[in-house]
Design a protein. Sequence first.
Length: 674
Amino acid sequence: MATDDSGSLFDKLPQGSPQESYDGSAIEVLEGLEPVRRRPGMYIGGTDERALHHLVAEVLDNAMDEAVAGHANRIEVLLEAAEGAPGKVTITDNGRGIPVDEHPKYPGKSALEVILTTLHSGGKFSGKAYATSGGLHGVGISVVNALSTLTRVEVARNKELYAQEFSCGIATGPLARVGNAPNRRGTAVTFIPDATIFGADAKFKPARLFRLVRSKAYLFAGVEIRWKCDPALIADDTPAEAVFQFPGGLADHLAEQVKGRECVTTAPFAGRQDFPLGPGGEEMGRVEWAIAWPLWSDGAYSWYCNTIPTPDGGTHEQGLRAALTRGIRAFGDLVGQKKAKHITPEDMITGSEIMLSVFIRDPQFQSQTKDRLTSPEAARMVEAAVRDHFDHFLTDNMDRGRALLGAVMERMDERLRRKAEREVKRKTATNARKLRLPGKLTDCSGEGSGETELFIVEGDSAGGSAKQARDRKTQAILPIRGKILNVASATADKIRANQEIADLNLALGCGTRKDCNPDALRYDRVIIMTDADVDGAHIATLLMTYFFQEMPEIVKRGHLYLAQPPLYRLTAGTVSAYARDDAHRAELERTKFKGKKVEVGRFKGLGEMNPGQLRETTMAPASRSLLRITLPPEYEGRAAVKDLVDRLMGRNPEHRFMFIQNRAGDLDRDLIDA
């Protein structure tokens, strides 16, 4: 901005400018649990019904951690009415009890008060108090306390009973000894959520809490959970009282789920494997699974880590897929079915109903919401646990093994038939309409035994490397130029006029919107491959928005994937490894390169990787890692997906602002964890 010589630009600010009132006094410092009350969405994802019930899960998970650690075998959950509030919940366990002695870093405060009033405090960081746990960030019980008008904690330790009360995260009095407790031990937490946070009409749903409590009992066979609810709160057939204890664990859960349905095998494949004790005597891990193959089922999959649901699966799911696939192939070879070598993990698990639960030390998740497990050791542990058991399951009863093999091979034959039909259509389209395919598309021949893939690659430079790195028989490359059009905020005419989108539509060949025919898709997988940085993530988001809006059935059928290129290359001497992000890099430096001097190189983009590196890390099926893009359970309906995309990618920026504001804390916590 130009100015004349008569004075500085700053001299010309108008009187009464906001500049005058912006000084040190305008800077707020939020202390204690005040940040939680100001921005609850940063800690529990919002203030809706899901977030309200999440408070119960946070307290219940602490009790479950005591049970998993072997210090408790009974948990009680009580739901009562509370005037002017969503309800009152009391969760009691017979574990060790929260420590009540003075905390060494906070003179005059008990450890209990520190845990209840300080974020990122607890006994699960070092791994000394808990070998495995679901609470990793030390924010659970303190957040519940901050968002409740009343929190009362009673602790029975050493035959004495202590109690302390809090309101909105602040202690209303000191920890007090309230009597003797000769026959009692453990912790009881009672809380009443704040109606000013969750809304005057917010109420706990007994049926929802009942399902939560029951699922926790299934996940750990050694615990008894007692449920009790004020009958006046129940509007359906939810029982007012119940006792859950399932000696069979997940096997009992699966039996209830498939009850009355005919399955390929009369008995489910279920089991449990405990892993050897560590040097300090602690248990290093545990795997429990239960799998059935109903004759008519769309499939249902439940994955857990340390009793926490991981709806997007992750490395423990990968280990199970590998164990089942290798096991059925080996059985096929044993009985002379040579075609069994073509069975894929999808053939093996499609239509099955699976429950898998793992307990591991220091689990790593893809995000704060813990929807996907990323700990590499989980894959190895699950595969090692399941493989031998599955081999015995198949061979101990050969008729059962042959029945399962036959059902899986039927799915394989159907998949191969559909693939052959697509290949015919693809080749016909290529020959008959060769001039209509986009000029930037480097197509595959489709002559290989593997499934065909289209890589949508960011930029011509990366496209050049990808063309050299690809398998010419099965992998096609389509470079796109920068950020494509945001279809969620564009008119139909603008979408039709966009060249990048027109090229993409031609390459895929299946049509869009009401004319979209997934069976006409020219490739088995569509893989978005962008740089491992913020710009790459933005491009990937725009492309996912395109598929959600223009070709939702492609996503629903599981054809859409995200490539996972590395961000770093770590080298120590002759040993090299690749890290997909900062957390993975820190893990490699702590484990694979422990005590070694490591040279770290950062890839600025896919174009900086030579074809060999790109093939090894991102494109070769044997060594790469892909993320399948799916619809989360709460967005299964088309209308719900459209609403989500419109809110996050549409024309109204206020919706995006609220989303970012509510989840900004997830980034802060991820940085702290890393």
